[in-house]
Design a protein around this ligand. Structure first.
Ligand code: PLP
Length: 453
């Protein structure tokens, strides 16, 4: 029986209790825009998807409200971060409870909450392996560590990544990102080699996996020393435009990479945590058990939380060396993470992702029968894409129509994303708590958006 921590028992008077300073937040639209433009650095200012800024004031479950009180059906989940919904009462309660007792405990000291979270997270992983967890704050930070660990463990340098992949913005993560729009004009990490993505719609060999696996053989044989540290795969590429990687490819890639001495690194930052509906982790459909898994975004439902889930014998390669993050294993984020896991299981949100995702995909497929501009509709669970083309035969991307459609989706109350290497893909990834009754609203809004083009 675990001792219960009661908030009341811990509350002590603070020397600051008398300070009731009221913080003013200016919610005037123009003031919000002006203040951000004035004080944000260019690097953070640049990412503005809509022609005019979209300001959010409040969120509940899968709905958002702007500063003028307009309601939106969220189909983006803050870039797939909101898994169990805005202001989820269980997550909010657990995070607040932890913040009110101890908001931080650096990993050189012990605290039970992060270890509970690590234990509960490993329970979602395939049995038969001795999984360990390294907790940190962001996906890119976790990708960096995966690169380091793969190199440290194997003693090899070369890494293989897929074209059209997105793994994050830090030096390491950017180096394995295969979209020029996310790569800066600086020397990135050496020893990274890209192999063509087996995109079944737009890939260089079209559908099928054999030619892509031949390419991988070639990459390993010609571009590396023949021995690799590992290969990174997002089982469903996210920013690349919701590109599912065929299971046969993942199996074939794992075999080849392991034969060359490397590890299979699976990036579950977007596709993990029950989002694909079929399994808890998107790699599971392939039957392959990865060596290193990177998780972030949805595991914290908006609280900064990321994890590297690693087989023990691999993680042990770093036992002798100090690797510290100030905010790694933050107890507030981990309390939120525990609550997220609980909510997904207790409220069967994986099954819901499957059911609602299928219904939304049906709406999109129906739309495709009426709109010639839709070249492809695809998806897995709550990760869906509508790809716009100028011509269905040539499949030439149509970013111009996409840009207009995107503004229309907002006008009719949807928040989505335009993505893909050609900016011609509408990415639809709602929170897992979206309900069947929301499908009708979605259908109405997306139909109006397309009809108004
Ligand atoms: C698949 C994938 N991996 C890694 C990252 C990097 O995560 P973060 O932005 O938390 O650093 C992202 C972010 O969008 C992502 O989509």
């Amino acid at each position: 029986m675990l001792p219960k921590v009661s908030l009341g028992g811990f509350h002590m008077n603070s020397q600051f209790d008398h300070d009731q300073h009221e913080f003013e937040t200016d919610w005037d639209t123009d003031a919000i825009v002006a203040r951000r433009n004035r004080y944000y650095a260019a690097s953070q200012r640049a990412f503005v998807p809509y022609r005019t800024p979209l300001i959010f004031q409040r969120g509940q479950d899968n709905y958002l409200w702007d500063e003028k009180g307009n309601r939106y059906l969220d189909c983006l989940s803050q870039n797939l971060t909101i898994s169990v919904g805005y202001n989820n009462p269980v997550v909010t309660r657990e995070a607040a409870r932890q913040a009110q007792t101890l908001q931080h405990c650096t990993t050189m000291f012990f605290h039970p909450v992060p270890a509970h979270f690590a234990e509960e997270l490993t329970r979602t992983f395939p049995a038969g392996e001795d999984w360990t967890v390294h907790l940190m704050n962001s996906g890119a930070e976790a990708i960096d560590m995966a690169i380091l660990l793969a190199r440290a463990h194997t003693g090899n340098i070369d890494l293989v990544s897929l074209t059209n992949a997105y793994h994050g913005a830090t030096f390491g993560a950017q180096s394995v990102t295969g979209i020029s729009g996310f790569r800066h004009k600086v020397p990135l990490l050496g020893g990274v080699h890209f192999t063509p993505v087996p995109d079944q719609y737009r890939g260089i060999h079209g559908a099928g996996v054999d030619s892509y696996l031949n390419d991988l053989d070639g990459t390993i044989h010609y571009a590396t020393s023949g021995r690799v540290a590992g290969m990174l795969i997002e089982p469903v590429q996210g920013y690349g435009g919701i590109v599912p990687i065929p299971e046969d490819y993942i199996r074939g890639a794992a075999e080849r990479v392991r034969a060359a001495g490397g590890l299979l690194i699976i990036d579950e930052v977007q596709a993990g945590m029950a989002r694909t509906g079929d399994d808890f982790w998107s790699f599971q459909k392939s039957g392959v058990v990865p060596d290193i898994v990177v998780a972030a975004k949805g595991i914290g439902n908006g609280y900064p939380l990321a994890a590297l889930i690693v087989k023990r014998e691999i993680a042990e390669s770093m036992a002798e060396k100090f690797y510290f993050h100030t905010y790694g294993a933050n107890p507030v984020s981990c309390a939120a993470g525990r609550a997220v896991l609980h909510v997904i299981h207790a409220h069967e949100l994986q099954a819901r992702a499957q059911q609602v995702g299928t219904a939304l995909l049906d709406v999109l497929r129906e739309l495709q029968t009426r709109h010639e501009v839709i070249g492809d509709v695809r998806g897995r669970g709550m990760m869906m894409a509508v790809e716009l083309v100028k011509n269905r035969d040539s499949r030439e991307p149509d970013p111009e129509t996409m840009a207009r459609l995107f503004e229309k989706t907002r006008e009719f109350g949807l928040v989505a994303s335009k993505s893909g290497a050609y900016r011609n893909v509408l990415r639809i990834c709602p929170p897992l708590c979206t309900q069947m009754q929301d499908v009708e609203l979605f259908e109405e809004a997306i139909n109006k958006a397309f009809d108004s083009l």
